[in-house]
Design a protein around this ligand. Structure first.
Ligand code: COI
Length: 358
């Protein structure tokens, strides 16, 4: 029987020794504390095998594991949040399921049907629901990932894969407002490349240019198009949005170089529902620089699962550093952040049906 027809039969082995009481809930570094369990599911012989939920722990790998050599590896980032009454929610998980599947397709990997992906996440999160804090800005970060496991060093799509989900209690990814540098030399993704996929190599290749930016005092880069470096694409770890003369503007997803962000999409849809004009279009570097200088750009912020809504307060461009309005003077970004936080905490009515109860 193919297990994907019957997620009820997941094998669950609970930990004998929870370490939840060891966590300092007032001081959780992002991504370094792991909850008690993880889900593991293997693909071989053309089908997914029985998924298992087991105590969080190491994976044993053959040195020839093909993902390590040739990068067939994709991941997602999601969050589970908890309302005061104990209800646990996933935010639009079907969007992550779709992006995960599309990333797998781009990387020639096995795929998981979207509904099964969501169901597996639900099962794991349910087991570790005590790990979700109701404190403001806190959540359970969920990291589903898949990698190629053939023990073979020829270059070809693997015939075997491992799918894993683990979770981490987290606070905010950026602990302060963000400063970014507009990158005009290095490239995150070119048309026809794998920029649209959430694949490990995109992040690995960004580390060096990001490190150069960090050495100059910036938290992150803003990537520009690979051909001319004239148009804004996205920032490291998040999509980027601007309020220009009262209009919400963000680079369009027409190219295959920008990651389709769940948080960005929610921001756009909420803005529209509030009657705000939204433009998804090419945004040139010139427009951004002159708009910051002449004050027509009143807000710049990033949107991402880990980053949530991250105010950008400084933009570096060539030899200039442009300062933006202080965080408290950003009516739109602050309002949309509060709206999404309240929604995920079950404090306001979920009129769009975005929150899936676990
Ligand atoms: C996310 O926002 O979930 C991401 O994947 C970004 C990052 C932490 C790599």
């Amino acid at each position: 029987m193919n297990i994907l027809n019957d997620t009820k039969s997941i094998n669950v082995t609970l930990t004998k020794q929870s370490h939840i009481n060891d966590v300092d809930w007032n001081n959780i570094p992002f991504g370094r504390v792991f909850s008690d369990h993880m889900l593991v599911m293997d693909y071989a012989d053309g089908e997914w095998k029985q998924p298992e939920i087991i105590p969080f722990g190491d994976l044993l790998l053959n040195p020839a594991t093909s993902a390590i050599h040739y990068g067939q590896s994709v991941f997602e980032g999601m969050k589970a949040t908890k309302a005061e009454n104990g209800d646990v929610f996933l935010f639009r998980p079907e969007m992550n399921a779709k992006r995960f599947r599309e990333s797998c397709e781009r990387m020639c990997m096995a795929t998981i049907p979207d509904d099964i992906f969501v169901e597996l996440i639900r099962k794991l999160v349910d087991i570790d629901r005590d790990w979700i804090s109701t404190k403001e800005d806190y959540s359970l970060y969920i990291r589903p990932f898949m990698f190629a496991t053939d023990d073979f060093i020829g270059v070809k799509p693997s015939e075997t894969y491992k799918f894993v989900i683990f979770t981490c209690p987290v606070g905010t990814y950026y602990t302060e407002p963000v400063s970014v540098k507009i990158e005009e030399f290095y490239t995150r993704a070119a048309a026809g490349g794998a920029g649209i996929a959430k694949t490990a190599g995109n992040y690995g290749a960004a580390l060096y240019p990001a490190k150069l930016g960090q050495m100059n005092g910036f938290h992150q880069l803003v990537w520009t198009d690979a051909k001319e470096h004239k148009y804004i694409e996205e920032s490291g770890t998040m999509n980027i949005l601007f309020v220009i003369n009262g209009v919400l503007v963000t680079p369009s997803e027409e190219s295959d170089t920008i990651l389709r962000g769940t948080t960005k999409r929610a921001v756009i849809e909420v803005a529209k529902s509030w009657g705000m004009k939204v433009e998804e279009r090419q945004v040139s570097v010139n427009e951004v620089i002159s708009g910051i200088k002449d004050g027509s750009i009143s807000e710049v912020f990033g949107a991402g699962t880990a980053a949530t809504i991250a105010h950008i307060v400084k933009v570096g461009f060539r030899d200039e550093i442009l300062e933006l309005s202080p965080v408290e003077k950003r009516p739109f970004a602050n309002k949309v952040k509060k709206y999404l936080d309240d929604l995920k905490a079950g404090k306001i009515e979920d009129i769009n049906g975005w929150c899936l109860k676990v």
